[in-house]
Design a binder for this molecule. Structure first.
Ligand SMILES: Cc1cc2nc3c(=O)[nH]c(=O)nc-3n(C[C@H](O)[C@H](O)[C@H](O)COP(=O)(O)OP(=O)(O)OC[C@H]3O[C@@H](n4cnc5c(N)ncnc54)[C@H](O)[C@@H]3O)c2cc1C
Length: 442
């Protein structure tokens, strides 16, 4: 039995537990088979750090697992409890705590859109956000994601300097709060809540821009890719995002499909107003067409509108899944040299099963494309063959059909001794058991 102090919000209602034990793992037919039916035994929602510590003390004393849950938009079952126990929901920890010298500090359950609004009111904006900005929390982005819109200028959350610090609650014999700064915060960066409950996050911001969403059409995928690549290297055009979709994808984009002529490949970009003239010039050079444009900042604050980033990143697959449940997706990084050629090689190798979708990004100061292609799913064996085909063309795969940190990807791992940190802060292995495969309880 858990000895929880009264006053902490909680529920053991079976329907609620079912709902609170899920995320977006169902994108993957493999994870769906493995994770359907897994659930926690008690849902709790602490209001402050004292309540977080009280929950952890009770769980530690009773040796009950703790799975942290933010917005629950993760794609790999990161917040699905594999061994039951407590689901610790962070969504009542929502306060922005302040901005000093362009650095935002916030409680971990704050939604990214709310933090961006708070920053914008003070002349700043987030450097990076996932396409789930309107529903995901900052703690979940640090612990479970890390790439997305803004990555073309700032890389990912793994780049040194993009995550400045965290406060984390432990499951030591006496649970406590630790403040980790700079490199010392790496052990909680993308570790799926296996290394503590993040209660606060410190992130650097960037000056706010009045971004314009722009949709551009091209007669061929190659034309769209070559334009996107050229734009990604145009240092004179301030931009936050460049996504490329082959002609099969735009018809699934409710609210935008009508603007895209049949058979056209699509580029979606977010460009600052000062870059629009140069964007038109570049477009003319590449023989593309200006299809549609909107105020990106207004769109993301209007519940009836769709900011273009909700057609990009991992939203592309969601837009297709809304109409066709027979597809899934992959995540990969194309080579830094010969990027466009590698994308075209893959597209030619799997003409029917791979519906190409790439996003321009920077890794370690070098620009390339990440791929999040939609895949026509047949069998798990065929999915494995397709991934091998990507690797043969020089692409790094971040397998989205596995739920452990280690199996997911090599190029997404954050440097640092996460296993050693876990042994120190969670010696019994109660945080999200099963997700850090290399850990065995001492
Ligand atoms: C349509 C769609 C589009 C997406 N696009 C992107 C994208 O562009 N980029 C990207 O990186 N991801 C993307 N994702 C994945 C996901 O939305 C993001 O990673 C998001 O930031 C996760 O935040 P969340 O609050 O929903 O986290 P959750 O799903 O609640 O949690 C994610 C992981 O972090 C842990 N966790 C959550 N909060 C804490 C905390 N306070 N302390 C410790 N551990 C914690 C959880 O236990 C879990 O392991 C997408 C997903 C979907 C469904």
């Amino acid at each position: 039995m858990l000895d929880l102090p009264p006053g902490i919000e909680r529920s053991d209602d079976p329907a609620l537990l079912r709902q609170k034990s899920r995320d977006f793992y169902w994108y993957s037919p493999v994870l769906k088979r493995q994770l359907d039916g897994k659930r926690g035994d008690l849902w709790v929602r602490p209001r402050d750090e004292d309540e977080v510590l009280a929950v952890l003390r009770a769980c530690r004393a009773a040796r009950v697992p703790v799975t942290v849950r933010g917005g629950a938009t993760g794609n790999y079952g990161q917040c699905v409890p594999l061994a039951g126990g407590v689901i610790l929901d962070t969504t009542a920890l929502t306060a922005p705590l302040g901005i000093v010298d362009g650095v935002l500090e916030a409680e971990s359950g704050a939604k990214l859109i709310d933090l961006d609004t708070y920053a914008r009111e003070r002349g700043w904006e987030l450097r990076l956000w996932p396409s789930t900005k309107r529903t995901a929390t900052i703690g979940g982005f640090v612990a479970g994601g890390g790439a997305g819109v803004g990555g073309l200028s700032h890389g990912t959350l793994r780049e040194r300097g993009n995550l400045l610090g965290v406060r984390v609650a432990t499951l030591e014999e006496t649970p406590r709060l630790l403040d980790l700064e700079g490199d010392a915060a790496a052990p909680v960066n993308r570790t799926y809540g296996t290394t503590g409950v993040i209660t606060r996050v410190r992130l650097p911001l960037t000056p706010a821009q009045a971004w314009r969403d722009v949709a551009l059409g091209f007669p061929t995928l190659e034309g769209a890719l070559r334009f996107a690549s050229a734009l990604s290297f145009c240092d004179g055009i301030p931009k936050k995002m460049i996504g490329v979709m082959d002609a099969r994808l735009p018809p699934f984009f409710r609210g935008l499909a009508e603007a895209v002529p049949a058979g056209q490949a699509l580029v979606l970009t977010m460009v600052a107003p000062s870059g629009l003239v140069a964007l038109r010039d570049l477009l003319r050079e590449h023989g593309g067409a200006w299809l549609a444009e909107q105020d990106a900042v207004a769109a993301e604050r209007d519940p009836d509108a769709t900011p273009y980033y909700e057609y990009c990143w991992n939203h592309t697959t969601l837009q297709v899944l809304k109409k066709d449940r027979t597809v899934t997706y992959l995540q990969c990084r194309f080579p830094f040299e010969g990027t466009v050629e590698a994308v075209l090689e893959i597209a030619a190798r799997f003409p029917d099963e791979v519906w190409m979708h790439t996003e321009c990004v920077r890794f370690g100061g070098r620009t390339t494309m990440s791929g999040l292609p939609v895949i026509r799913f047949t069998t798990e064996e065929r999915l494995t063959e397709i991934m091998a085909g990507f690797e043969a063309a020089g692409c790094g795969i971040a397998n989205p059909h596995v739920y452990t940190i280690e199996e997911g990807s090599n190029y997404r791992r954050v440097p640092g001794d996460q296993l050693g940190f876990k042994r120190a802060v969670d010696p019994l292995g109660l945080f999200n058991p099963g997700k850090m495969a290399s850990f065995t309880p001492g």
